[in-house]
Design a protein around this ligand. Structure first.
Ligand code: KIV
Length: 264
């Protein structure tokens, strides 16, 4: 099977073929996800919560992400590999270049950054220097303390319009992929239709081009609770590879996410 690139994902979007993304943090799980056909793997800073046991993603460092990116890279051959830029690792363009380069050299194919208008210059600089960018809007977990908790974003017309405008601006600045997290499905649909780059949703309804989940939620082993927008596929199938296959199939045929997983 040929390697998934940003061109592959644009082709999927044009064909209306829904694609699947999942977080991964080590070679073994990543290898299994890759073999089953997950298209995009993200070394998310969610590792701060699901691997390190923190309450949020803020303590994660560039070295943490680089280490796990290198582990995942060694386990896969097909999926596009995205590495998250952690909290405060991209607060200035110069700092962004240095840290993004570290993650690309660790094996990432693309880096992900959370935020809107303030990031445009960095997105442009990264792209011009050969580093593809995945943007992330909506509930951006690194801003949890600004939001006052893990809250759905874009519920009112003004904020929905701001998120839509930021999505368009990030695409214009060079972003090649966009994650939208915990926003109303109508807004996610409007963003997906307005952009030519693929849009991946989490807690954003069924109308985005792709879906992403945290692997620990899919396998039902997150400490605490499984978020409402996620689904425990291991409970349904009883076996890890079948669980991943079920997730891929349900995204492809549009049965996941269902109404119960969205924030209407
Ligand atoms: O860190 C992460 O795992 C993420 C996904 C939930 C999109 O950003």
């Amino acid at each position: 099977m040929s390697k998934v690139t940003s061109s592959t994902l644009i082709k999927f979007k044009k064909e209306g073929k829904k694609f699947t993304a999942l977080t991964a943090y080590d070679a073994s799980f990543a290898g299994a996800f890759d073999n089953e056909g997950v298209d995009v793997l993200l070394v998310g800073d969610s590792l701060g919560m699901v691997l390190q046991g923190h309450d949020d993603t803020l303590p994660v460092t560039v070295a943490d992400i680089a280490y796990h990116t290198a582990c995942v890279k060694r386990g896969i051959s097909r999926a596009l590999l995205i590495a998250d830029m952690p909290f405060m690792s991209y607060s200035t363009p110069e700092q962004t270049m240095t840290n993004a380069a570290m993650l690309m050299q660790a094996g990432a194919n693309m880096v992900k950054v959370e935020g809107g208008h303030w990031l445009l210059e960095s997105v442009k600089m990264l792209t011009e220097r050969g580093i593809p960018v995945c943007a992330h809007l909506g509930l951006t977990p690194q801003s949890v303390h600004v939001f006052g908790g893990f809250k759905v974003q874009g519920r009112d017309a003004e904020n929905a319009q701001r998120i839509l405008d930021e999505a368009k601006a990030l695409q214009a600045a060079g972003a090649q992929l966009l994650v939208v997290e915990c926003i109303p499905p109508q807004l996610a649909k409007a963003i997906t239709e307005a952009l030519t780059i693929p849009v991946i949703g989490i807690g954003a309804g069924a109308d985005t081009d792709g879906q992403i989940l945290v692997m620990h939620d899919v396998l039902g082993i997150s400490s605490g609770y499984i978020p409402r927008f996620s689904k425990n596929y291991l409970k349904q199938t009883g076996e890890i590879r079948s669980a991943i296959r079920a997730y891929i199939d349900e995204v492809a045929n549009g049965t996941f996410p269902a109404e119960e997983h969205t924030f209407n």
